[in-house]
Write a protein of this length. Structure first.
Length: 146
């Protein structure tokens, strides 16, 4: 048996994905908040830090002890970028790993002022509230509220 001779075919055009199947990441929008003589600029997509039994308001400076692994990762991501986080309270402090439904929608955009890692792996973080914001679980964006 002889092998088949090569056929000269034109190359196939690449397949197109059906409409809506392509999911290109949305670009983060820059948000600027003016507070007195200070101006804060941050992205509309921020790392989320759920808080147990505490609420942070704008103009408030507060130390936090953070030990949950997802929360530590959120702070590390913020520290590597622009030091800005979105914090919001949990509806129930007994929930170990809250979903978006278990968090309040209104929270605060905070700036990390100090970060100190303790020997047991927890973080001591000093944050300052910059602006009230609302989160959207559907697209993960934080929107400043008046």
């Amino acid at each position: 048996m002889s092998p088949n001779p090569p056929r000269d075919r034109p190359p196939r055009p690449p397949r197109k994905a059906p409409p809506g199947a392509e999911s290109q990441p949305e670009k983060a929008l820059a948000i600027t908040v003016v507070r007195g003589d200070e101006t804060f600029s941050f992205r509309d997509r921020l790392p989320l830090l759920p808080l147990r039994d505490v609420v942070v308001f704008p103009h408030m400076t507060l130390p936090l002890l953070v030990g949950r692994r997802p929360s530590v990762r959120a702070i590390e991501r913020a520290a590597a970028r622009d030091r800005m986080l979105f914090v919001t309270a949990q509806k129930s402090s007994e929930v170990a790993d809250p979903s978006h439904d278990e968090l309040y929608r209104i929270g605060t955009v905070v700036r990390v002022l100090q970060l100190f890692r303790l020997p047991d792996g927890t973080l001591r973080v000093l944050v300052e509230g910059c602006a009230a914001a609302a989160s959207s679980a559907s697209n993960g964006r934080a929107t400043p509220t008046p």
